[in-house]
Design a protein around this ligand. Structure first.
Ligand SMILES: Cc1cc2nc3c(=O)[nH]c(=O)nc-3n(C[C@H](O)[C@H](O)[C@H](O)COP(=O)(O)O)c2cc1C
Length: 175
């Protein structure tokens, strides 16, 4: 008997196919309302423009922190390093005490230690697109650290393979 393809099956298939595109993992944080910071794990982070320096990420409209992020004037994106899987899981869990043990100051996006880069952004645009909203930020400050990144592929966290010496260098683009 043939299996009937339902809408749910098709959606899962689409998610699986999209998940074949390997990404890094980041956590975005914002000050939130009434001194309650918000944060979530994302892999929709991307670079958009160098001049001005713009980055983007997409937030699901169903996220508890949706309103707080869409209305935030400032937010910070921390690119996670390998070994930060527990933090990634915690910030991907709805209702979790995400900031336990993390210093949070009023009015500023919380800083997460141990990542391989961070970008402090001011809100540039928020564009509703289907069931997500794309948030574009203008980078006002950033830093990077020579740590290996955490990788997300096919629904799981991964590590980069050690450099084999044959990875090649991408030609530099004209400035
Ligand atoms: C690796 C990974 C990447 C994710 N990327 C996104 C993303 O880009 N956008 C998004 O809205 N949710 C993403 N999520 C899901 C959110 O992290 C999760 O639903 C989070 O708890 C939502 O925040 P909330 O607690 O405010 O609802 C991702 C989860 C994981 C594990």
């Amino acid at each position: 008997m043939s299996k009937q393809i339902t809408h749910i099956d098709a959606r899962r298939e689409l998610r699986n196919a999209l998940g074949r595109f390997t990404t890094g993992v980041a956590i975005v944080t914002a000050p939130g309302d009434e001194g309650k910071p918000v944060g979530m794990t994302i892999n929709s982070f991307g670079s958009v423009s160098l001049e001005p320096a713009l980055v983007s990420w997409c937030i699901d409209r169903r996220a508890d922190s949706y309103e707080a992020f869409v209305n935030a004037d400032r937010f910070r994106i921390t690119v996670l390093a390998e070994g930060q899987t527990e933090l990634a899981m915690r910030f991907a869990t709805r209702g979790a005490d995400k900031f336990r043990g993390i210093k949070t100051g009023a009015g500023a996006a919380p800083v997460l230690a141990g990542g391989c880069a961070w970008f402090e952004c001011r809100r540039y645009r928020a564009i509703p697109l289907g069931d997500h909203t794309m948030i574009i930020g203008e980078i006002v400050e950033f830093a990077q650290h020579p740590a290996a990144p955490l990788v997300f592929a096919a629904g799981g966290f991964r590590q980069l393979c050690p450099d084999t010496g044959h990875s090649g260098r991408v030609p530099a683009r004209a400035a």
